[in-house]
Ligand binder design. Structure first.
Ligand code: SF4
Length: 374
């Protein structure tokens, strides 16, 4: 068994549901910090069992909104992990945060607990867009959050932004990219809006109330961000992620290279190098199981050779490292190169361009099919 050097902890609490969100969350006005952190410590004991101590390279608090745990709640979670596992000297510890939670006091407490990277959910700098998204903050809160984070000693900051919003919103994507760059974050994650059926936005779409964005706008906004951010010195190192050199997300990079990771908390996924498992999603059921000493497992699966092949191709193509070309593929992908979707590196790796990443699913499926015939 591979001892995972990466740990993901899912903190499900949110103040309210954003219109586009289909994540597994628990909407709570008051976060049950004590109940959750105690249960998380129990899950860790249960799952790590008698495997002894080992060292981890990255710890990632995702959600939900982990920053809603406040300074003390995050400290207690980090302490719970430290009780069972060692941290490498340069361990990356990331906390996802909503802007309004990034106060001076909270940042000091997070930094003292060992958090050294914040991923801030900015999404847009247009107040009317943030209101439409049902976000709990305005654009001024994003600026305050960045200022407070730096003043409190955390300068490895990532901003999340959403592009491809409905055409009837008065949103300038170019202006949002400019405003994000003006804050000089070390990292940016950009996500195209997808309308999931079981969300307020999905319901709006089924009523015919949503003005959908044409595909060309999606493509134009993605390509604009690629050009603006790479010219500003960011590496477009994965389809959705841009980082300054040395500031790529080490935790997420571990996922893309197929490394093993431990997943704790409701709905958390885990991979041991050969098998995937995921926890029950509902907070109350996760809590009940953990508190009665039961594994909160929902389901698990062993990756078949076909699954592994598909995953290896998909993960390879989504990063700037690309995928080593096999057999006669170099000639086969000639059409991709002619279309501007890919390049072949001097060491014979297939590397997708920004235009290629816009077709990632189709290109990965095509190459998987080719490889499955070898
Ligand atoms: S804050 Fe994040 S996790 Fe919570 S509802 Fe909004 S998008 Fe979903």
């Amino acid at each position: 068994m591979v001892l995972p050097r990466h740990v993901y902890i899912h903190v499900p609490f949110c103040a309210r549901r954003c219109t586009y969100c289909d994540f597994s969350i628990a909407v709570r006005r008051v976060v049950p910090v004590d109940e959750y952190t105690t249960a998380l410590g129990r899950e860790l004991d249960l799952r790590v069992g008698d495997q002894g101590r080992w060292s981890i390279d990255t710890l990632y608090f995702g959600g939900g909104t982990p920053s809603r745990l406040g300074g003390d709640g995050v400290r207690r979670l980090v302490d719970a992990v430290r009780r069972r596992l060692d941290f490498a000297a340069d361990a990356e510890v990331t906390l996802e945060a909503n802007p309004e939670d990034v106060t001076s006091e909270a940042v000091r407490a997070w930094r003292d607990a060992g958090v050294n990277r914040l991923s801030i959910g900015a999404q847009s700098f247009h107040d009317e867009v943030l209101a439409w998204m049902h976000r709990s903050h305005d654009s001024a809160a994003i600026l305050r959050a960045v200022e407070n984070a730096r003043a409190g000693g955390i300068d490895n900051l990532s901003l999340d932004l959403i592009f491809a919003l409905p055409g009837d919103l008065t949103r300038s994507w170019e202006r949002d990219v400019e405003r994000a760059l003006a804050l000089d974050p070390s990292h940016l994650s950009l996500y195209g809006l997808t309308v999931e059926p079981r969300t307020p936005l999905g319901r709006s779409q089924s009523r015919g109330d949503l003005v959908e964005l044409p595909d060309e706008r999606y493509e134009a906004e993605f390509v604009h961000a690629h050009a603006a951010l790479t010219s500003a010195g960011y590496d477009h190192y994965e389809v959705s992620n841009f980082g300054k050199p040395g500031r790529h997300s080490r935790h997420n990079s571990a996922y893309w290279t197929g490394a093993a990771y431990l997943g704790l908390g409701p709905s958390a996924h885990e991979f041991d190098g050969a098998n995937r498992r995921w926890n029950v999603a509902a907070y109350t059921e996760w809590l009940r199981r953990v508190n009665s000493g039961q594994d909160p497992l929902d389901e698990s699966e062993q990756l078949t050779p076909d699954n592994r092949l598909a995953e290896q191709v998909y993960l390879g193509l989504r990063t700037e490292q690309g995928l080593a070309a096999m057999g006669s593929e170099a000639s086969r992908i000639g059409a991709w190169i002619d279309a501007g979707w890919a390049t072949l590196s001097p060491d014979n790796r297939i590397v997708l361009t920004a235009l290629g990443w816009l077709r990632l699913d189709a290109l990965a499926a095509d190459l998987t099919l080719v490889r499955s015939c070898y």
